[in-house]
Design a protein around this ligand. Structure first.
Ligand SMILES: [Zn+2]
Length: 287
């Protein structure tokens, strides 16, 4: 079944993250490889990369890793200077992810800041991705567009947006999607019951294609359906509720796909939530 995991702190170095993840029962993890609130970053040293790879080798080969990009990056920025900074920073993110050899790099598509239309903003994101992929032509890391809650002027809250970004690039084979459950719910996608769950993923398949779905962010939502508010809640304590997560972790289509928690709290809280999620799985989990 799904590879359950969490967002893991890489403080002290990315090489520390794999063991931290394993210690709390993760079968996958998400990390930042640079300070997510700063534009500048120290280069990833060879020692950090080799330390990371050695730490990863101690874990099962199925252990899956994704990187999340910096929160400052806006690949759809209508402001030329910010757009250039974003593209440069995102290229650095991708090169770091390639060095580590992770499966995917998740990013929030961007925001139009009420200066251009959503349509134009989506086009800017596609152009940004084209530029970045051209700079890194042999890249193997999947670039994962994350669906958003549609808070403020962010784009990416409709499946159609994600499809449009992908179709607007010259290298669609290098792109995938990271599905954030809190964001989807906040954007109006209701997957709380079996029938509505099936419908949401049918829509996803029709509009984007399920083969593009490469990762999940498992988060409950602090606010209600279609609130357009991006506030994560602990699994089972928000408006989504436990049943939806039971459907997700038992869905055979999402076997071997990393599902990482980004819920509030510490690694200890994640450990408890992972126990809960594993208890929802109806077939025995390999440890
Ligand atoms: Zn997320």
């Amino acid at each position: 079944m799904a590879l359950l995991g969490a967002h893991i702190s890489a403080s002290g170095g990315v090489d520390k993250a794999p063991q931290r993840a394993a210690d709390i029962g993760c079968q996958s993890m998400q990390i930042f490889t640079r300070n997510q609130m700063r534009w500048d970053a120290k280069p990833l040293t060879d020692e950090a990369v080799s330390g990371y790879k050695a730490a990863l080798k101690k874990l099962p080969p199925s252990f899956s890793v994704i990187v999340h990009d910096s929160y400052l990056i806006n690949l759809g920025s209508p402001e030329p200077e910010k757009l250039k900074m974003s593209r440069d920073a995102f290229l650095d993110e991708l090169e770091r992810a390639e060095k580590l050899g992770v499966m995917g790099l998740a990013f929030h598509p961007g925001a139009h800041l009420n200066q251009v239309s959503e349509q134009e903003c989506l086009k800017i994101v596609s152009e940004s991705l084209n530029w970045v992929m051209q700079q890194c032509p042999k890249g193997k890391v999947k670039i994962l567009i994350e669906n958003t809650a549609g808070q403020g002027s962010t784009i990416g809250y409709r499946f159609e947006h994600l499809a449009e970004i992908i179709e607007g690039t010259d290298y669609p084979e290098r792109l995938g999607v990271c599905f954030d459950t809190c964001h989807a719910f906040a954007a109006g996608y209701d997957f709380r019951k079996k029938s509505s769950y099936q419908q949401v993923f049918q829509d996803f398949d029709n509009i984007i294609g399920l083969q593009r779905l490469k990762a999940f962010h498992l988060n409950d939502a602090k606010k209600g359906l279609n609130s357009r508010v991006d506030r994560h809640e602990d699994i089972g304590f928000g408006h989504v509720g436990q049943e939806a997560f039971a459907l997700l972790v038992n869905d055979p289509r999402f076997e071997d796909i990393p599902m990482v928690l980004e819920t509030p709290g510490s690694h200890l809280d994640y450990e408890k939530t992972l126990v809960l999620l594993k208890s929802l799985v109806k077939v025995p989990q390999p440890s």
